[in-house]
Write a protein that binds this ligand. Sequence first.
Ligand SMILES: Cc1ncc(COP(=O)(O)O)c(C=O)c1O
Length: 389
Amino acid sequence: MNKRHNYSLRSQAIRPFKAMTVLARANQLETEGRSVIHLEVGQPDFPVLEPIVSAASAAISQNKAGYSDANGLPALRLKIAQYYADYYGLNIDERRVIITAGASGALALVAALLTDPGDGWLLTDPGYPSNRTFIEAFSGVPQFCPVGPETRFQLSAAQAAECWQASTKNLLLASPANPTGTSLDQQNLADLAGLVASRGGHLVSDEIYQGLEYGATSRLSALSVDHQAFVINSFSKFFGMTGWRLGWLVAPEDAIDSLIRFAQNLFICASVPAQHGAVAAFNPGVLDQLHHQRDILQTRRDFVLAELPGVGLSVPITPDGAFYVYAKLPDDAPACEDYCQTLLELTGVAITPGTDFGDHNATRYIRLSYAQPQHQLEQALERLAGFRP
Ligand SMILES: Cc1ncc(COP(=O)(O)O)c(C=O)c1O
C-alpha cells in the first residue's frame, strides 16, 4: 500500500551511515558464503578484557543492575576523575563527570544543553557523520569548515575564525579524529580555545579515540587548555567496549545540574551492568593490557601504511591515532561510493566511502579501519593488489 505517513521532515532528511550500509551488504555476502574482510566499521577486534566481563556479570548475578543515579555510579565517576589525574595531570572533580550511553549519549546531552533553535555549530568536514544529526535534533545548524591535508585534516584557529558566523555558538572538535586519525597539537588546541573564548562560544572536544595515540609522549585533552571545555569520551574504542554503550562527559560545574536533568529525562541512566564492568577497566593490570592492545594497533597501522601505496591508495597524512587510514583513490579510479561497492562485490573487502564523512573532496577518499587481525589485513591488501575498479 502506498500510504503517505505523516512523519517529521527531520525523519525524511536524516542520512544513513554509509559504513552501516556497507556493513549490511557485507553481512549479506557472508551469509551467501562469500569471504568478507571487514575494514568498514570502527570497532576494535579485541575481546573485552576478562576483569571487565567478570565485574559486569557479578553485578547482574548479584542483582546490582537497577537504575543508577542519572549521572552514573559514584565509584565509576571517581575512577574517571582519577584517570584524568594519572594520565593527563588534570584535577577534575568527579561531580563534573557524567556517565552516558557511549559518546553518543554525551553528544546528545551537550547538543541539548548548548543549542537554541538556529544556533550554529562549527564542525570539520570531514568529520564524524552523526555530529550533524545531534545538532539538528535540537534545531541547531551544523556549519562545516573544510579541512584538508594542508592542516593534517584538523582545524586551525585562523580557519575557525573565517568560518565563524554571527549565529555560531559552539565549536566541536575531535582529536584524534574520525575518519582521518589525526590529532591537534597543544598550540593549535590552545589557539582554538582562545578563539572560541574570544567569541563567547563553547568548545566541545570529542576525545573518544584518546588512549589510541601513536608516538605521542603524553595525552592532550582540551581540558588542559580550557578548564571550561566540554569533553566527550567513551568506553567504546580504547577500552574496546563498543556494544556495552558506555561513555562520559566532563562539563563545567555550572552546567552539571541542567545536564543531569537532561540525562534523567532522556536516558534515566546508562547501562548499570556496563558501569560496574567499567569500574574494573581502570585496574592497573587492565590498563596495561589495553596499552598493549594500543601497541598492536600501532604495528598494524605501520603495516597498512607501508603497503597501501603499492595498491594505488596514497595516504597524504600519516594518522597518529585512532585506527583509521583516510586514503586517497588513484586519479583514474571511479568516485568512492562506486569504488567501495565494486571492491566489496568483486573482492569481499569492505571499506567506507569518504562521502560518509562530508563533502569536501570526499569522493576521492576512502576510510579503512585497521582494527582487524594482522592476517586479515594481509589478505585484504592481497585482494586490493589484484583489484582493478
Ligand atoms: C568521533 C566519534 N564520536 C562518537 C562516536 C560514537 O561512539 P560511541 O557512542 O560508541 O561511544 C564515534 C563512533 O565511532 C566516533 O567515531
